[in-house]
Design a binder for this molecule. Structure first.
Ligand SMILES: Cc1cc2nc3c(=O)[nH]c(=O)nc-3n(C[C@H](O)[C@H](O)[C@H](O)COP(=O)(O)OP(=O)(O)OC[C@H]3O[C@@H](n4cnc5c(N)ncnc54)[C@H](O)[C@@H]3O)c2cc1C
Length: 386
């Protein structure tokens, strides 16, 4: 960061405390009218509920019910619509399975036209484009990014620097507190046009309209017209890198195991008949059930997390469970008898709980697989109860 650029005071308000009280306070603070008017602005009235939703503090129906205690919202409301995007991405994941980690169809250019590594100047917030460099700094400092900033970052990475969406998605996932494989990887595909029908592009004027002055990027490569950006997206030539030796911010490490000293694991499998609390179900067990925490090593070997995310998950898990187990993959004999838990797509390919309780959904699932959000919302949202 150059010495004359302001210190990142913007990061301070994010603060995601890993407690139910903090999650409930955020839910109680949702102002759906302000949300609908200002959601696209970086400083708009967004909820910042995503880390709590991803980690299962509450389900989408509980979020909606919480807001409806004070406000009347139907399926046409912007807030419900945005919750619907999350549900849609999980619907696609359910139908496509690991297919979501590959391009759903060809994008602007063939997959082979894109690099497989994220360049150092992007990783270090040193591209020289304030909107991108601020986003990277905010991501590392808070584990959160506003939706618009995520879109700008993804668009720049894929369409202007010619990096494959998958490399960007894997990197972003590791640093987010709310990293959700369906929402993240399918959003990258939406931006890349491998999961939508046109590339998402943005310019300096768009940034100036929605972001505070520190993000403004006049005079940089993105200070151009949409026609020019479209031509750049369709060309194979990447924009030049920034100078990563200047202005670099260190990238926090993402690891397959929690930082040393954060968690102590019990040996062996969880006791029979326990209620398993996993990182995507950090909520109270049903009455009368013994809560036992589990991490599944096979998942984390593939998807690494930042120390901040390990801390976010571990703190809440320790508050809910007296004992926590670190489990290998789905070895027969490791499955405890009579254990129950919330079914979770993140866990499902690695470890099956015999009696998995379905995740409560906002809408009744459409009878067939939907390939666009519009189709999904039309078919599913009618099931929303008043
Ligand atoms: C490139 C990219 C990567 C993303 N990665 C993730 C991710 O890993 N995890 C994640 O939860 N979301 C992801 N999103 C979606 C969206 O950006 C975040 O859900 C949202 O910014 C979280 O902030 P919030 O809770 O303040 O959202 P709000 O706008 O207040 O919305 C409330 C809730 O609705 C849901 N929601 C809102 N917008 C979207 C959306 N576009 N897609 C899916 N769900 C939405 C989220 O659960 C969110 O918490 C990504 C978007 C993009 C463009």
């Amino acid at each position: 960061m150059s010495p004359d650029r302001p210190t990142p005071d913007l990061f301070a308000p994010a603060g995601f405390e890993p407690t139910l009280a903090a999650a409930q306070a955020r839910l109680a603070a949702v102002r759906p009218g302000d949300y609908a008017r200002s959601r696209n602005a970086i400083e708009g009235a967004v909820t910042r509920l995503s880390p709590y939703i991803t980690h299962g503090y509450f389900s989408l129906p509980q979020v909606l019910a919480g807001v409806r205690q004070k406000y009347r919202l139907d399926a046409e409301h912007k807030f419900v619509y945005e919750l619907g995007w999350r549900e849609f991405f999980h619907h696609v994941w359910q139908h496509r399975g690991p297919g979501i980690f590959k391009s759903l169809h060809e994008g602007v250019l063939p997959d082979s036209a894109y690099a497989r590594e994220l360049p150092a100047d992007i990783r270090h917030g040193a591209t020289g484009i304030p909107a991108i460099d601020r986003a990277v700094r905010e991501l590392y400092a808070t584990g959160y990014l506003h939706n618009h900033a995520r879109m700008w970052l993804a668009s720049y990475v894929v369409h202007l620097r010619k990096v494959h969406w998958r490399a960007g998605a894997d990197w972003l996932y590791g640093h987010l507190l709310d990293g959700d494989l369906a929402s993240n990887h399918l959003s990258w595909q939406w931006v890349a046009a491998t999961g939508s029908h046109k590339p998402y592009l943005f310019n300096a004027e768009n940034v100036a309209r929605y972001a505070p002055p520190e993000w403004h990027s006049e005079g940089s490569f993105i200070d151009t017209s949409y026609d020019e950006l479209d031509a750049m997206a369709r060309s194979r030539k990447p924009l030049p890198a920034g100078n990563s030796r200047l202005d670099a911010v260190p990238e926090p490490a993402c690891t397959p195991e929690p930082p040393p000293g954060l968690l102590a694991f019990e040996p062996g499998p969880p006791p029979d008949h326990s209620w398993l609390i996993h990182p995507w179900a950090l909520r109270e067990p049903p009455p009368g059930q013994q809560a036992v925490g589990i991490f599944v090593a096979e998942f984390h070997a593939r998807w690494h997390w930042s120390a901040a995310r390990w801390q976010f998950v571990a703190t809440r898990m320790k508050a809910l469970c007296e004992r926590i187990h670190w489990l290998p993959g789905p070895a027969a004999g490791m499955l405890p008898r009579g254990c129950r838990s919330l079914a979770e797509a993140h866990l499902a390919p690695h470890w099956q709980v015999a009696e998995a309780v379905p995740v409560p959904r906002l809408f009744a699932a459409p009878a067939r697989a939907c390939h666009s959000f519009t189709q999904f919302y039309k078919l599913a949202s009618g099931s929303l109860q008043d």
